[in-house]
Each structure stands twice: as C-alpha cells, then as structure tokens.
Design a protein around this ligand. Structure first.
Ligand SMILES: C[S@@+](CC[C@H](N)C(=O)[O-])C[C@H]1O[C@@H](n2cnc3c(N)ncnc32)[C@H](O)[C@@H]1O
Length: 285
C-alpha cells in the first residue's frame, strides 16, 4: 500500500480511532460501538474499509468476529506514529471497562449453587444477631475481621494478641490487650465467651492457656476453638509460626483443661489444595 493510500484510509478521524483501538486489543463490533459511541453500521463500514486496505484482520471467536490491527513489516514506525495520539482521553478507560465486562462471568458461568446476595459475611451477621449480647475475649485477632464482626453484637469485646499492629488495626470500641496466649492478660470471671480462632496451634502447650481461659470465664461460660485437623504441611511451621500440625482430638484437649459439655467436629473441609480441615471444639465452664 502506498503512503498516499494509507493516509487516505486513515484520514477519517473515526476510522483512525477504530484502527488505533484495534492496535491495543482484538475487538468486536459491539465493543467498538460502546467505546467510540457510534452506530453499528458506521463501525462496520469503517472496519470494511480497513479490511480492504489490509489494515485489520478478522477472527471468528464463538458468536463474535474480533478485529485486530495489522502492522505490515517494515512500516511499524510509521504505524506507531499514526496511532500514537489518535485516541481521545476517555478511550483508555472505556477499553478497560470493555475488557472487564468480557472477563465477568456470565449467569451460566456462575455455577449451579450460586445464589444472588448470599455471602459468608451476611450469614455470619444473621447468626450473630441471634446471639445474646455477651462479653467476649477474642484470642489472636489476625486481620481483625472476626473480631470486628463480634463487636457488632457483643456487649464488650476484649481482643488479645502479641502483635500490637494487629490490635491497632481493630475498629474503635474494642478493648485491646497486648500479650501472649501463654500468659493471658485476662482476670478471673471477666467474660461469658472465649473465642480462639486459628491461633491455638501457635501455642506449644495449649493446656495452661486453656486453663487460664476457663478461669477467665463466668460460671456456665463457654469456650469455642476453631483450629485445624491433623495435616502433613510442615511449611506452616516456618511460614506461619504454627507449633502444631493440627490437633488430633481438640475435644480431649478441652476436657483435660477442665471443660465439660465438650463437643468437637470437623466443620469445613477445603476442597482445594492444600485442603485443610477445620475443627470446631466447644466446652463449658
Ligand atoms: C491466623 S491469625 C488469627 C485469625 C483470626 N482469629 C481469624 O480467625 O480470622 C493468628 C493470630 O494469633 C496471633 N498469635 C499467634 N501466636 C500468638 C501467641 N503465642 N500469643 C499471642 N498472639 C499470638 C498472631 O499475631 C495472629 O494475629
């Protein structure tokens, strides 16, 4: 193609814009319409001219035909120069939106157990709303997500962690106590519920910690421990500081620490590797 023909073909501002977009991404007519803001026949007309001039190629992709710019060998610098400032400011954003829409799952791709509006946080908040307002000690707060949820309903939450930065990230209204699970900063009969979620495995000998938890409970108060069932993943020791590769019988551990009405069950089995099993053990003072 002569330079005169090339300039003539790309001399129309909308056609140049469509061509420039096709250098960034392989696009369908509908997507170009959305970005450029012109009708289907206009986009198709420009694409037809660009194809005749061998400036775009077309590829069938399911129900769509996608168009990509062709940069003939030896003319790359000229092409790059032509398209360099051809796109108005909003086009990059509109192109990003089109890419995001393309990768969004279709209703069919959401899976048969998808339910609009269902989320773990919504279910957790529903169940929390059924709890009486308790005084709760949460041992090992991590991201603070669970602690924050508890605080929505509890009468009072005492958050305990050796990581002062983790405590500092907690929402206002939660009492923060920096300290070790091995030397619990809790007095006698301070709380109605002690919660230890995915933290007990970081304690070498859990029994003295659990005995202190029992002392911190009022008579009839409860402990709830979420932890891991036995697993073979040694890497949790050096990467996450775990001292135990899960617990074989958390119920027996709670009984040894003096709790009664003990229950213990696997409440979740992750189907994805590394496929940990989560155990919930409960006991009463
Ligand atoms: C995995 S996170 C807990 C996550 C949180 N409870 C949850 O379920 O989302 C473990 C937390 O326990 C704390 N931790 C671990 N060992 C501890 C110890 N011996 N004394 C005090 N805090 C400890 C860590 O700093 C971390 O914040």
């Amino acid at each position: 193609m002569s330079r005169a023909d090339l300039f003539r073909t790309l001399g129309d501002p909308t056609r140049l814009r469509i061509f420039a977009l096709c250098t960034r991404e392989e696009l369908a007519v509908g997507e170009l319409q959305e970005i450029v803001g012109v009708g289907q026949s206009t986009v198709s007309g420009h694409l037809a001219q660009l194809r005749t001039a061998n400036l775009v190629t077309a590829r069938r992709d399911g129900q769509h035909t996608r168009y990509a710019a062709a940069r003939p060998e030896g003319q790359e610098r000229l092409f790059d120069m032509l398209v360099a400032d051809a796109l108005p400011e909003g086009d990059a954003l509109a192109l990003a939106r089109v890419r995001a829409e393309r990768s969004a799952p279709t209703p069919e791709g959401l899976g048969s157990d998808y339910l609009p509006g269902r989320s773990w946080e919504a279910l957790a908040r529903l169940l929390l709303a059924l709890l009486p307002p308790l005084r709760i000690a949460d041992l090992g707060v991590g991201t603070g997500h669970l602690t924050g949820l508890l605080a929505l309903r509890a009468r009072h939450v005492i958050a305990i962690d050796r990581d002062e930065a983790a405590l500092a990230r907690l929402p206002a209204g939660i009492e923060r106590r920096a300290g070790a699970l091995e030397d619990l900063p809790l007095g006698e009969r301070e709380v109605d519920l002690v919660l230890i979620s995915q933290a007990l495995h970081c304690v070498e000998d859990p029994i003295p910690t659990l005995v202190r938890c029992r002392d911190a409970l009022v008579g009839g108060g409860q402990i709830a421990v979420l932890d891991l069932a036995p697993h073979p993943h040694e890497w949790v020791r050096h990467r996450l500081g775990h001292k135990h590769l899960g617990f074989a019988d958390l119920g027996a551990v709670l009984r040894e620490a003096g709790f009664h009405d003990v229950s213990c069950e696997v409440v979740h089995s992750d189907q994805r590797a590394p496929a940990f099993n989560t155990v919930l053990a409960m006991g009463r003072k």
